[in-house]
Ligand binder design. Structure first.
Ligand code: UD1
Length: 421
């Protein structure tokens, strides 16, 4: 199994260009199966999750051509040949459940292996299913598969108990071909939802309100849907991770192809820590030549502090002056990285959903395991400041979500390499 080997580093310096957003490209790829016409998606990131979504789309009959050099993918789903998403694919990527909404909308039937438990919590899909039911689908759970069927989908008002990103996306895609108007209340407001709505509107859907807590979808007929060419927004979590990389190494980075508006809570927290941030059109400069101060963080749905940045900030705060408190409210079990960081010499304590992070901890290189995507990124950042050598295994988690991570980090001075064990 490949590993990352990281040596303690000085300040990271230079320029780094952000890739397209993982969490935007996956639902948009899934949404392409709503139409029989060709959809071209540009600015795509090179990721394992994108490869899995390609396999999934091919498995239901889509013709998929991917060109990572041009950062482009074209998807044509002339006819749908299979309606079943197999366990082998779904177990590799939870976001596989995003094909449920568009497939149900297009064909009236979908069967998908239930996403299993996951390192960052149970992550049920009850809100997705409640939404499909409200639109008229019948749901059956059998032998580890969930099947949804509907002779006719009819728009309705759906209130989400929690602003789930995936449920908002799935219901929005499902409602595109439903009759009448669907209203999603307490909808997720993430930028990726807006990107998906823009894509759907560009193929002929009628969606208003994406980016607010109330989204209205006016159903259209299949014949009204066309093809499109759509560019993916930059990845705000990759942006945040490189901002923290600059801060944790007390470096100076110019992060290009970044939307400052999408990383407002990250900018605010870094400024609280004493890190200098300058925003220019499409670029963010992060300068951290002074000490970093402790801060408290509570993860929340957008526009709150993103749960996907919690682990990386924890690494930063182990080096801060003072003690910080982190409260994780989005996922119930997203502290898997703490055990690994403590093996590297930190002394973080968990109290229910809170973590107490003492600062000024001298981290030491160790053999550690990436337990999930963002936990893995936090360990890479820890490796950059730890004395000696850090060896990270299970890096496939990291490669699910960071496009050319080793290359990008190396270009700004990090001593990181990937080795085959
Ligand atoms: C998406 C992101 C993920 C991010 C998360 C929260 C993608 C591909 N992934 O995941 O990177 O960490 O948003 O910002 O976009 N929940 C339920 N029932 C449901 C659905 C969700 O109880 O039917 C709960 C989950 O267990 C979790 C919380 O709601 O505790 C948030 O989940 P959700 O917003 O749905 O996250 P994902 O869409 O899975």
């Amino acid at each position: 199994m490949p590993k990352y080997i990281i040596e303690k580093n000085g300040p990271l310096k230079g320029e780094v260009v952000m890739s397209g957003s993982k969490n935007a490209v996956l639902p948009i790829m899934a949404a392409s199966i709503l139409t029989s016409k060709q959809c071209t998606i540009t600015d795509i990131p090179k990721l394992r999750d994108v490869d899995v979504m390609c396999q999934l789309l091919r498995s239901v009959g889509a013709e998929v051509n991917i060109d990572y050099i041009k950062k482009e993918i074209s998807i044509t789903c002339d006819t749908v040949s299979e309606l079943e998403a197999p366990y082998e694919l779904v177990k590799q990527m939870r976001a596989s459940n995003l094909i449920m909404g568009p497939l149900l909308s297009r064909t009236g039937k979908v069967k998908i292996s239930m996403p299993g438990g996951c390192a960052i919590g149970a992550r049920p899909i009850d809100l997705h299913l409640k939404g499909f039911q409200a639109l008229g689908a019948e749901i059956e759970l059998e032998h580890g598969y969930v099947e949804a069927r509907a002779e006719k989908l009819i728009g309705d008002k759906i209130y989400l108990d929690f602003p789930s990103v995936g449920a908002t996306e799935n219901i929005m895609m499902c409602a595109v071909l439903a009759q009448g108007i669907t209203t999603i209340e307490n909808a997720a407001e993430e930028p990726e939802i807006v990107d998906l709505a823009n894509f759907l509107n560009s193929i002929g859907a009628k969606i208003k309100g994406a980016g607010t807590d109330t989204i209205k979808i006016e159903g259209v007929s299949k014949s009204e849907l066309t093809g499109t060419k759509h560019a993916i927004i930059p990845d705000r979590i990759e942006t945040g991770t490189f901002m923290v990389a600059a801060a944790v190494t007390r470096g100076n980075l110019l992060i290009k192809n970044a939307i400052a508006d999408h990383v407002k809570p990250i900018i605010a927290k870094l400024k609280e820590c004493g890190v200098e941030i300058t925003e220019t059109d499409g670029d963010i400069r992060v300068t951290a030549n002074k000490g970093v101060k402790a801060t408290d963080i509570k993860t929340l749905p957008y526009p709150g502090f993103p749960t996907d940045m919690q682990a990386q900030f924890m690494t930063l705060l182990t080096s801060a002056i003072g003690t910080s408190i982190i409260i994780e409210t989005v996922f119930e079990n997203r502290y898997m990285h703490i055990g690994e960081l403590n093996r590297m010499g930190s002394n973080i304590k968990i109290e229910g959903r809170s973590a107490v992070v003492p600062g000024e901890q001298m981290l030491e290189g160790a053999q550690v395991t990436a337990t999930d995507l963002r936990a893995g990124a936090a360990l890479v950042l820890a490796g950059l400041i730890a004395e000696g050598t850090t060896e990270i295994s299970d890096i496939y988690h990291i490669e699910r979500g960071y496009s050319e991570f080793v290359e990008k980090l190396s270009r700004i001075g990090a001593k990181i390499r990937k080795v085959e064990d």
